[in-house]
Ligand binder design. Structure first.
Ligand SMILES: [Zn+2]
Length: 263
């Protein structure tokens, strides 16, 4: 607890998604990397993810905690909204905004996409995260937010579902190099044995290494995770921004020192 404010210690980054396992799949490599880079990271699961055919409340809780430990993420909380029937609405927004006010993150990563072959919770969760980020800053409504003070979340980032029904024209996208944390990510997904046992996990591993391999390859990394912004990417140093991506994965080697790819 932070004695001065009676609030928990601040988080730098908070990632939000409907179900325990969504964020591991979408951006587990980046969350693990952020922790390695020294940031305080939180995962906010909107629901418990249960019922599912092979899970139970207790098992899913243990799996989520194991996945948290594998990623090294400092905080994982559950917002306790209903699974399967998650809907954007005032009460859901207040619940998530209250958690934003308590943990005061600089960046919120929201899982986003419409997954008609998967759970409709995914789309609703993205709407709730967008709205709660806005609601968090509202004044004169403290009683709706557990008597916490208004807090403005400066930055919103989307973690797009690869199975989105639509090809979205995001204002900007970028890819984070997760080559050093891909194994941690896969271990964290594997922690959900009630969802991905044996054969099912092998399929998920194939899918994730393929998707992350493709996405990373586009920026010259072995593995990468894609993110999107509601705005263009801002930067004050064009050179550093452009060199963050390594360019072509297998560049043609031209003779002469000045033609070697920079790293
Ligand atoms: Zn899900």
């Amino acid at each position: 607890m932070d004695d001065a404010t009676n609030l928990p210690e601040r988080l730098d980054v908070v990632a939000v998604a409907p179900h325990p396992d969504d964020l591991e799949i979408l951006c587990g490599g980046t969350l693990a990397k952020l922790v390695k880079q020294g940031y305080r990271v939180g995962i906010f699961d909107l629901t418990c993810g249960e019922p599912t055919p092979r899970g139970s409340l207790e098992i899913r809780k243990q799996e989520a905690e194991l996945a948290r430990q594998i990623l090294g993420v400092q905080v994982r909380i559950n917002i306790d909204l209903p699974n399967r029937i998650l809907m954007d609405g005032p009460e859901a927004r207040y619940a998530l905004a209250t958690a934003f006010r308590k943990y005061r993150p600089q960046v919120v990563i929201a899982a986003f996409g419409r997954t008609p072959a998967g759970s409709p919770d995914h789309y609703q969760g993205g709407l709730i995260a967008e709205a709660a980020r806005f609601h968090s800053q509202l004044t004169k409504w403290d009683e709706r937010f557990d008597d916490t003070s208004p807090y403005r979340v400066p930055h919103l980032v989307y973690a797009p579902f690869p199975s989105d029904a639509e090809n979205r024209l995001w204002n900007s996208t970028f890819v984070i190099d997760i080559s050093e944390t891909i194994e941690q990510k896969l271990e964290a997904v594997k922690a959900y044995q009630s969802q991905f046992d044996g054969n099912r996990f092998e399929k998920v591993r194939h899918y994730l290494t393929s998707a992350n391999g493709y996405m990373g390859g586009r920026c010259g990394f072995l593995y990468g995770e894609q993110f999107a912004l509601p705005t263009p990417v801002g930067g004050d140093d064009l050179f550093k921004l452009v060199l963050g991506g390594k360019g072509s994965f297998a560049p043609v080697q031209l003779p002469g020192r000045d033609h070697l790819p920079m790293s």
